[in-house]
Design a protein around this ligand. Structure first.
Ligand code: FMN
Length: 246
């Protein structure tokens, strides 16, 4: 293993209908902090640029994963799914590929009525294959949020994102960070810049910390994986639910 093998990629996903808004700015700063942490490359994607249909609950992804598991064994993790595993052919195919290629993922979304905007929930629902195929295992993740008011749904939104990231198999490595997009978080708009988030010193400090934590964890996880491979040590994973026959 040499230094070149240890480069990692952190993918930032911003989920809000607003382009170039507070949420996007916050994520950009977090990714900059990730880059400053070490040999880290970053990419930001905005869900607004992608066509994402609702999940229709067809269970196709699950059936295909189970069929594959019957062939290779239920203890094989990740399940060797080769292709895009969703029956809906839209831009989720591009996003799944980007998630699989990343070593770390930061999901940023504003508070919409104490939780994430609908498009973020749709994005999460459409990532269901990863709950069952474990292909995102060993990747670091964390959530970021921004709200109009301080203490007006940030905690519930971060919780929702944390649980969702864990559910699709990512390792959440930071508590997450929240910012406010109005002056002092009391609902006064900053008309001049429209970027009140820039003035939220505490929030932005935490946002940068999260970027750095995800980068550090992604680097350590990759280094660990490569070291295990080099030593010829095979690690046996287990599913978090009983496997057939148990
Ligand atoms: C439908 C909707 C619901 C919202 N709900 C909340 C809320 O529950 N709490 C809050 O503090 N701000 C709420 N906001 C304000 C946004 O979180 C805030 O404007 C944020 O900065 C939006 O991010 P953006 O600037 O990237 O668009 C809501 C905004 C919208 C449009």
């Amino acid at each position: 293993m040499n230094a070149d093998d240890l480069k990692v990629k952190v993918l930032g996903i911003v989920g809000t209908p607003i382009k170039d808004g507070n949420c996007q700015y916050m994520l950009e700063e977090s990714l900059k902090a990730a880059e400053e942490t070490g040999p880290v490359e970053t990419e930001l994607v905005h869900l607004q640029d992608y066509r994402i249909e609702y999940c229709i609950g067809c269970e196709g992804c699950l059936s295909r994963v189970h069929r594959l598991q019957k062939e290779v064994g239920f203890d094989v993790m990740p399940v060797p799914v080769k292709e895009y595993n969703c029956g809906i052919k839209d831009d989720m195919e591009i996003l799944h590929k980007k998630m699989l290629e990343a070593d770390g993922i930061i999901l940023a979304a504003p508070v919409y009525i104490a939780t994430v905007p609908g498009q973020v929930k749709t994005f999460i629902d459409r990532s269901r294959t990863f709950v069952h195929d474990y292909r995102l295992r060993g990747k670091a993740a964390a959530p970021l949020t921004v709200a109009f008011y301080r203490n007006a749904g940030e905690d519930t939104t971060l919780q929702m994102m944390t649980i969702s990231l864990l559910a699709i198999g990512l390792s959440v490595v930071a508590f997450g960070a929240s910012t406010v997009s109005t002056k002092e978080g009391v609902g006064i708009l900053v008309k001049e810049t429209r970027f009140a988030v820039k003035e939220d010193w505490l929030g932005m400090t935490a946002v940068k910390g999260v970027g750095s934590q995800v980068a550090q964890a992604a680097l350590s996880m990759k280094a660990g994986r490569l070291a295990l491979e080099e030593a010829g040590l095979e690690i046996k994973s287990r599913a978090w639910f009983p496997m057939p026959g148990e």
